[in-house]
Design a protein around this ligand. Sequence first.
Ligand SMILES: [Fe+2]
Ligand SMILES: [Fe+2]
Length: 267
Amino acid sequence: MEQTFRTEPWQVSTDTLALRNYGPLPGIGIVPINAFLIQAAQPVLVDTGIAEDRDAFMTALRSIIDPKDLRWVWLTHTHPDHVGNLVQVLEQAPDARLVTTYLGMGLMQLMQLPLDRVYLLNPGQVLDVGDRKLVAIKPPTYDASESTGFMDNKTRTLFCVDCFGAVLSEPAETAADVPPTDLRDGMVTWATIDSPWLALVEEQAFAQSLYEVRKLEPRTILSAHLSPAIDMTDTLLQHLAAARSAPPFVGPDQAALEQMMGSAPTG
Ligand SMILES: [Fe+2]
Ligand SMILES: [Fe+2]
């Protein structure tokens, strides 16, 4: 199966960088897998990449900050594409506290991840990182109950966990570099994969949760699974609204998988 591939850290704004990777979705495309660094007075790392990519991730991280300077690791949720290098990051960042929720802490315990530096924060609460306050939010779509994003009001950047992700056909520096129809289709596909429950949500209720995002007035939206989206909030909200009524995603079955892998079905 194809390997993931990493690109250079990318400067999203004056004090925010993206650590970018792409993972294969066989037969469908690729999906960005991003972590982020906020060079705040108290620097914040948002998520820790995937274990498969450990050496390259840690090298990329060290190229943009001495991990000893990190004060916070914001864990958006506990899926493997977000906690992959958490142990290594915490080892190299002895002064960093780990931001998660009560449920996130419990799931970390089941995975035998270190809990001694956990800092519990709920949606609606605020993390003061010295030169700005990060306001924790619940994203409109998510695939894990502990998912917690946040709004950085200093740079008007929304960190939105898995929400607003997209399946892409090739890497893209920014979301604006993805052809418009590919972006719409890729976002709809991702939302139906990542949040299949969305089809059960009443239209007005979902519209309200999208309105809550609009009220934050983010200039930049940073999804773990989309290239940085700058001045594209309305477009992203429209595409996510469309996903609610899209046909459900049905993944390849065993016969299709074996065909993709180049062997005859056995079943
Ligand atoms: Fe996830
Ligand atoms: Fe994810």
